[in-house]
Structures are given as structure tokens and as C-alpha cells.
Write a protein that binds this ligand. Structure first.
Ligand code: FAD
Length: 344
């Protein structure tokens, strides 16, 4: 069986790795740097905590697979510092963890168990959460893909009698199955294959600031009502937030959105994080789709499968396994989270 993967972000490389392990003739097509777009940067948050029990259970499976990857990479891929959730969503997420049978604690803001750079009110502690080491994952996956990672911008994916044709410049190859996981580029490629994927985009910026001496150690990853925060490069704290949609709208352009995000995040740190210095030292930019939510979504048309969603880094090894299987047996994995049937 010959499989083409379109997109060499964390999802595409994870599937490529899983298919190569099964002895499949797979080619991963990446237009730019592998894991250079939405998978850029060196850290992310891992958590079992989600709003839906099915997502909690899937995250637990992904955590076990990260441990397997780590064994093969010879290094831990998640720093086990735990993740804290506070704000309006906390009770719902705690209920979802309880329903999924996942270890967790609900504590008040004075609890000595909390290690945060600022004050929370009541909080949910997810002890299996932590900092995903994207830098290590990138090394592991690029090495695993080897020469099956091809630098190529895919212009079209189209069904033909013999299979699915993947066109890149003046080259056209035919495959038995194609997986589209090209992040912001997915909807353009998928439309030629008869798949209608969401295409709305927004600018997003995550900014890192120095941690002040005396901060608790090691600090938990932290998700508040409208921010997410975690340890980034040594001694720095990364903060991202839901910014006023008018300020980060696609049509407003990237420079204006970056300036507005930088100002808003610096103001937030000044006001709410006494253990963090409001002096930006690094930033990671990406596009995201504000309508997608924290779920996993899949669409198939014949031999072409596509996947999309937000916050996919924490599911990378699980998506690799699920999508490899689906490419081989022609199935479509079930959506999970806010878009799953019955939970919308
Ligand atoms: C700042 C930030 C913070 C985040 N925080 C978290 C977090 O805490 N936890 C978490 O789990 N997730 C988080 N995420 C989300 C997570 O990183 C992304 O969901 C995940 O990396 C997406 O991977 P992907 O492979 O789907 O997309 P991408 O990494 O964008 O990969 C798609 C690839 O396809 C390529 N491509 C596009 N079009 C074509 C084409 N026509 N031909 C060939 N190649 C093409 C692109 O160059 C790109 O490399 C965060 C993301 C960002 C940016």
C-alpha cells in the first residue's frame, strides 16, 4: 500500500512514523520546515483535563503513547509538573475527569499544593499534566521519518481511476490513500478532493517572559478562563490568551495582531502575575481557527482522509496510531470533544 501524507507538522509526522513502523510505503509532503507552522516553538501544555469525558480518556491513551515514544527517543517527552485549571470552566472539567475516572484534585486558592505565578481562586489539579517538549518530539519524528519526509508543496489532491493523484509542481504521483493534515493549508488542498473543511483563520501569539526569583518551583502549567500559561525555555514563562477577536481578525493583518497581542499579554502579566517580569523575551506566532474548539475531527471522501482540530499537540502519538489505522483500513475515526455526536 502507498500512502501520501500532506503536511509535515506534528500530526503528519506522527502518522508517517506510525505507518513506517507498520512497513507501509509512505511519503510525507511538507512545503516548508517540518513542524514549522502550528507545531512551531519548543513547548506546549499536556493535560488530561478537558470539558468532555471522551477527550479525557483519549488524552490518557495519548499520555501512555508519549511514554512509549520517550522510551524509543531515550528521553522524557513530557516534564511531569502537573496542570492546573481555574476559572469558569473548572467545575465542568473536574466533572469530566471524574466521569472518565482520571486522578484529579479540586482545591481552594490558598492550597499549598498550587505552584503558580499568580493567584487562582478554586482550582482543579491534573497531576498527569505537564510541559510537552516539542523540541525533543521534533527531533524524534524527523529522524523517524528519514528520507520519507519530502520537501514539496502539494498543489492538488484528486481521485483518479488508479488511486489518488498528488500534484506538486510538475510532479504527479498516484497513491492508494492520502491523508490531509496540512493545518492552515488543509482546506485549500481538501477542496479539490471533494472535502469541505473549515477555513476561518485568526492570528494568535504566545509570548514568553522572565520568571522572577522566588517563584514556586516547578510551576504547574496553568489554564485560566481566558489564558494558558506554562514553563517555556529555562527561566521563562509562556502566556497565550483569548484576545478581543477584533484585534486578531485575519483581515487586520499579522503585524497589527501581533502588536495588540503583545500589549494585551504584557498588561495581563503586569496585573496578574507577580512572579513574572512583564518584559517579553520570545514569541511564537501561529494561525488558528476560532470556531474549532478543543476536539478531534475527521472527514473522508473515498480514499482521501482529512483531520483537523485545535490543541492537537497533546494527541500527537494517539493521532498517529488512529490515522495510520484509518489510512490502512479505509475507516473514519469518530469525532471527539465538542463536535462528537451527542456532545455538541
Ligand atoms: C502558540 C501555540 C500554543 C499552543 N498550545 C498548545 C498546547 O498547549 N497544547 C496542545 O496540545 N496544543 C497546543 N497548540 C496547538 C498545536 O500545537 C497544534 O494543534 C498542532 O501543532 C497542529 O499540528 P498540525 O500538524 O495539525 O499542523 P501544522 O503544525 O501547522 O502542520 C501542517 C503542515 O502542513 C504544511 N502544509 C500546509 N499546506 C501544505 C501544502 N499544500 N503542501 C505541503 N505542506 C503543506 C505546513 O507547512 C505545516 O508544516 C498550540 C499552538 C500554538 C501555535
Amino acid at each position: 500500500m502507498r500512502v501520501a501524507v500532506v503536511g509535515g507538522g506534528v500530526v503528519g509526522l506522527s502518522v508517517t512514523e506510525a505507518l513506517l513502523r507498520r512497513g507501509v510505503d509512505v511519503w510525507c509532503h511538507e512545503a516548508g520546515a517540518p513542524m514549522g507552522e502550528r507545531s512551531a516553538g519548543d513547548t506546549r501544555i499536556f493535560r488530561l483535563a478537558h470539558a468532555y469525558p471522551d477527550m479525557v480518556a483519549l488524552a490518557a491513551r495519548s499520555r501512555a503513547l508519549f511514554a512509549e515514544w520517550g522510551g524509543r527517543a531515550g528521553t522524557d517527552l513530557i516534564d511531569d509538573v502537573g496542570t492546573v485549571v481555574s476559572g469558569g470552566q473548572m467545575r465542568v472539567w473536574a466533572d469530566a475527569m471524574a466521569a472518565a475516572g482520571a486522578d484529579h484534585d479540586v482545591v481552594d486558592g490558598e492550597s499549598p499544593l498550587l505552584r503558580l505565578p499568580g493567584r487562582a481562586d478554586a482550582a482543579l489539579i491534573d497531576p498527569a499534566g505537564g510541559v510537552i517538549r516539542v523540541d525533543r518530539i521534533r527531533r524524534f519524528l524527523v529522524e523517524a521519518a528519514g528520507d520519507r519526509l519530502r520537501t514539496a508543496h502539494v498543489d492538488a489532491v484528486e481521485e483518479v481511476t488508479a488511486g489518488v493523484r498528488v500534484v506538486s509542481g510538475d510532479r504527479a504521483d498516484t497513491f492508494d490513500a492520502v491523508l490531509i493534515c496540512a493545518g492552515a493549508g488543509s482546506s485549500a488542498v481538501a477542496s479539490g478532493a471533494g472535502l469541505d473543511l473549515p477555513a476561518a483563520l485568526e492570528h494568535h501569539l504566545r509570548v514568553s517572559f522572565p520568571i522572577r526569583p522566588g517563584a514556586p518551583e516547578p510551576m504547574h502549567c496553568w489554564i485560566t478562563g481566558d489564558t494558558y500559561q506554562h514553563l517555556a525555555a529555562p527561566g521563562t514563562w509562556a502566556v497565550g490568551a483569548d484576545i478581543d477577536p477584533a484585534l486578531v481578525a485575519w483581515d487586520g493583518g499579522r503585524p497589527a495582531a501581533e502588536r495588540a497581542s503583545l500589549d494585551a499579554l504584557t498588561a495581563y502579566v503586569t496585573r496578574h502575575l507577580p512572579f513574572v517580569e512583564p518584559r517579553p523575551v520570545a514569541q511564537v506566532y501561529c494561525t488558528h481557527d476560532p470556531a474549532l474548539g478543543d476536539g478531534l475531527q475527521f472527514a473522508r471522501n473515498g480514499r482521501v482522509l482529512a483531520t483537523y482540530g485545535e490543541n492537537l499537540m497533546k494527541f500527537a502519538p494517539l493521532l498517529g496510531e488512529m490515522l495510520a489505522r484509518a489510512c490502512l483500513d479505509g475507516s473514519t475515526p469518530a469525532n471527539a470533544g465538542p463536535t462528537a455526536e451527542g456532545t455538541a
